[in-house]
Design a protein around this ligand. Structure first.
Ligand SMILES: C[S@@+](CC[C@H](N)C(=O)[O-])C[C@H]1O[C@@H](n2cnc3c(N)ncnc32)[C@H](O)[C@@H]1O
Length: 214
């Protein structure tokens, strides 16, 4: 009998079973995402970010598009275990920025976070530093224009993590033409044709691109 093809949703559910949430606030934040239908990266990608930050002994991390701080919390936990330094949280909405401060404080991780309430790419442009990890989760139409800035601000050998590279399969549908889908498609092409990066698409949830700067 032919085996049935692997079901993507079933794999994602299975992957969640492996996650080790380090604080009850993480679960609370996941509940809020469900209630508000807020697009957080979710537990599997969250722990993936934590592990990458741990394995690389990252000290300086910049997040582009941080919402109420769920992905930030995973990075901040890794920084705590790496002996300190900073993850930059960026969001243009003051209410979300304040909520992030409160969640990170409840986990006693706020000392590892610098909060910017502003446009994320502008915040990166204004920051006079270079980064071990840059994580991108802003509106997808900004992905292509963010790349030269990321290249200027990431260290040699630095790690870029990008969320929503699959857009739930929309990128494969030629009838879908809109700024979000085209932003992800154009960004994917830039990375595929670049000789500055090594990239691997990780099929976690909505697709994570893991790239290292040569
Ligand atoms: C997908 S959510 C981020 C979720 C977050 N990374 C997490 O997993 O917890 C993107 C957030 O960034 C904000 N955002 C999108 N584009 C932005 C930009 N260019 N500058 C600042 N904030 C932005 C959105 O309003 C939203 O709050």
């Amino acid at each position: 009998m032919a085996r049935k093809p692997v079901d993507y949703a079933e794999v994602q559910e299975h992957a969640i079973e492996f996650v080790n949430r380090f604080h009850s606030e993480i679960e609370l934040m996941e509940g809020i995402a469900v209630e508000e239908r807020f697009p957080i990266i979710g537990p599997v990608a969250g722990e993936f970010c934590y592990q990458i930050a741990k394995m690389s002994n990252a000290k300086k991390i910049f997040e582009l598009g941080s919402g109420y701080g769920y992905s930030t919390a995973w990075f901040a936990k890794a920084l705590e275990e790496n002996g300190g330094e900073i993850v930059h949280h960026t969001v243009w909405d003051e209410e979300l920025s304040n909520r992030a401060k409160s969640h990170l404080t409840n986990m006693k991780l706020d000392q590892f976070v610098k909060f910017h309430c502003s446009e994320a790419l502008e915040a990166l442009r204004q920051t006079d530093d270079s980064f071990d990890i840059i994580f991108m989760d802003v509106d997808k139409k900004y992905y292509p224009e963010a790349l030269p800035l990321i290249e200027a601000k990431i260290k040699k050998g630095g790690i870029l993590i990008v969320d929503n590279m699959l857009l739930r399969g929309r990128i494969f549908d030629p009838k879908r033409i809109d700024p979000t889908t085209d932003g992800v498609r154009d960004f994917a092409k830039l990375m595929q044709n670049s000789n500055k990066w090594n990239s691997t698409l990780i099929p976690i949830r909505d697709g994570i691109l893991l790239s290292t700067k040569k």
